[in-house]
Ligand binder design. Structure first.
Ligand SMILES: *Cc1c(COP(=O)(O)O)cnc(C)c1O
Length: 437
């Protein structure tokens, strides 16, 4: 089978993995999805408990990328990108937590950003033109993308962020790196930043002189690697006849989409919980069948403050918009701030385990399906508690230990270039600083 990627809007032609990663979004503005999701062999599932993290990643990825990435290139990409562990830990009884936050920016987005960066770098290795990645960030995406692309040849990353509107810790994570990463401190709002980036992508002059690309979470190159760790979680559970429930704290729903892809590939899963904060458009859609996107509401789990989640289009496409089938695989639940805080407090009191607000939502989601038959359930922990130390300290009375990755960047000086929220200024900057090799 030759793997092709098609648009969720259905009107574009099918493209290769390479093209899908470079383009980011289909020309009809839909999102790329695999034309067909292959079911992995019984052999693979038999061997799974004994495979290493890198071997699992390699074998799950292979059918999706083999036309564009020879085996040795794919192996180099997975071993270089996924160089941190993703442990499954038994929290209590039959509740397991999959810790996705041991990468360089301490959030699960490292998995997708690092894999995508290395794929892109491989795909442009023979071109003379440098690629310029433009990202607007309100905090977390900027750091995962910047770290993912740090030191990657022929790619420069320009991050736009609103001055004074991201936390000091988040800011330090993407303004202290140097090398091929430049941070533009925009005297405006996040929406201004996003608008400037959008205008840049549509600007003829810029597109003539530069090869612009985006690294946002709708890129299929970020989605595919997120399916690897669902297999790794199951392997670590070490119970071959078990179908766990998996609870996924969700915002833009990329993480959950990757889990649904894993299930399609044959991973034994009883079902998923789509757990959100009060930005509950997806739980509401599952409940009523009506999707009403709206402006997001700010919460303590801010990486999940999404009012119009783009990956719902992929999920609906995968299920042919069959709500009954969707409801069989996904239960939606949303949680308010006081429940999130109470959970951080109680889980620490009872089990001495520190949850960040996003992971606490994952934990709460799992409790809604905790059946009395004692079958294990897994929730995903998407951020390290040290990234949200204020809320965590308030609820647990203790400060989580700060990992080295955070302390090192806190000690380095911030390097930014201030600019006005003005597209012309951005354009001049991009043209003046382009590497004309
Ligand atoms: C981005 C993010 C999420 C939401 O993931 P989606 O794939 O957008 O649903 C959850 N938790 C954290 C910490 C994140 O950074």
């Amino acid at each position: 089978m030759i793997m092709k990627y098609v648009s969720t809007n259905g009107s574009s032609v099918a493209v290769s993995f390479r093209e899908a990663v470079i383009m980011g979004q289909a020309s009809d503005k839909g999102l790329f999805v695999p034309q067909e999701i292959p079911v992995l062999s019984t052999n693979f599932f038999r061997e799974l408990p004994d495979l290493s993290w890198a071997e699992i990643a390699f074998r799950v990825a292979r059918p999706f990328v083999k036309e564009d990435l020879p085996d040795d290139a794919l192996w180099n990409i997975v071993t270089d990108a996924l160089n941190f562990n993703i442990p499954l830990i038994r929290l209590h009884d039959h509740n397991y937590v999959l810790e996705l936050f041991h990468g360089p920016t301490l959030a699960f987005k490292d998995v997708g950003a690092r894999f995508m960066a290395r794929c892109l770098s491989y795909f442009v290795r023979n071109e003379d033109r440098e690629i310029t990645i433009l990202v607007a960030t309100s905090g977390d995406t900027g750091s995962a993308v910047a770290n993912g692309f740090l030191g990657i040849e022929k790619i420069r990353v320009i991050i736009l962020y609103p001055a004074g509107k991201v936390s000091e810790l988040q800011e330090k994570q993407f303004t202290t790196l140097g090398e091929n990463i430049t941070a533009l401190e925009v005297d405006g709002t996040f929406d201004d930043c996003q608008q400037m980036v959008k205008t840049a992508f549509a600007d003829d002059t810029l597109n003539h002189h530069l090869q612009l690309s985006s690294a946002n979470s709708i890129n299929i190159g970020r989605l595919l690697p997120q399916s690897f760790y669902y297999f790794y979680a199951w392997a670590q559970l070490g119970m071959s006849d078990i179908k766990p429930f998996i609870s996924v704290p969700s915002g833009n729903f990329g993480n959950l989409t990757s889990g649904l892809m894993a299930k399609r590939m044959g991973l034994p899963v009883a079902g998923f919980v789509a757990a959100t904060n009060i930005n509950k458009v997806v739980p509401e859609y599952l409940d009523t069948g009506i999707f009403t996107p709206r402006a997001s509401i700010q919460t303590i789990a801010n990486a999940m403050d999404v009012g119009n989640p783009s990956n719902l289009a992929r999920i609906r496409h995968m299920y042919h918009d069959d709500l009954t089938a969707l409801r069989k695989d996904i239960k939606g639940h949303f949680f308010e701030e006081k429940e999130i805080r109470k959970t951080i407090h109680e889980v620490y009191q009872q089990y001495k385990y520190i949850l960040d607000p996003h992971s606490a939502i994952g934990y709460l989601g799992l409790q809604t399906v905790n059946s009395n038959d004692n079958s294990p359930g897994i929730f995903l922990a998407t951020a390290h508690p040290a990234k949200f130390k204020d809320v965590v300290a308030e609820e647990t009375g203790t400060l989580p230990p700060i990992p080295e990755a955070l302390t090192t960047c806190m000690d380095k000086p911030k390097q930014t270039i201030p600019i006005k929220p003005d597209f012309e200024e951005l354009r001049d900057f991009l043209l003046d600083t382009k590497n004309s090799s």
